[in-house]
Write a protein that binds this ligand. Structure first.
Ligand code: ZN
Length: 132
């Protein structure tokens, strides 16, 4: 396993400590999971170690139960977004304000209610999946 030095954190940080883009999945096997709130795709281990860059309030890096609860292996399609602000796909997927990374086109599960509550507590919008 490759580990970043300096301890803690993940992804690239700018001077203000903000994450500039999400970790890119380092494998495309069955352990890939998508965040149920923002649809960011990473491996289970990446969520476990660094949480979701868009949804730090879900505390996935603090408790792996949160990784299991807030992500799913059940998703369809992946797109890689390097410039979400200018991407029509990102606007369509309503991820234009999320950080660049890999996202899935569709998840079929809803974020469990207790985590939807955490979104509300943090003034974060949650869009349930579109019904086919
Ligand atoms: Zn997320």
């Amino acid at each position: 396993m490759r580990r970043g030095g300096g301890g803690g954190g993940g992804g690239m940080m700018d001077d203000e400590g903000r994450v500039e883009h999400a970790q890119i999945p380092n494998s495309f096997g069955h352990e890939l999971r998508a965040c149920l709130r923002c649809r960011l795709v990473k491996t289970y281990d990446q969520f476990r170690e660094n949480g979701c860059e868009n949804c730090p309030f879900l505390d996935m890096d603090k408790d792996r139960d949160n990784v299991v609860g807030c992500t799913t292996a059940n998703f369809t399609g992946i797109i890689s977004l390097m410039d979400p602000n200018r991407s029509w796909a990102a606007r369509w997927l309503r991820i234009g304000r999320f950080i660049p990374g890999c996202y899935t086109l569709a998840v079929s599960e809803e974020l469990p209610e207790e985590y939807q509550g955490m979104c509300q507590d943090n003034d974060v919008q949650y869009h349930p999946p579109r019904r086919a």
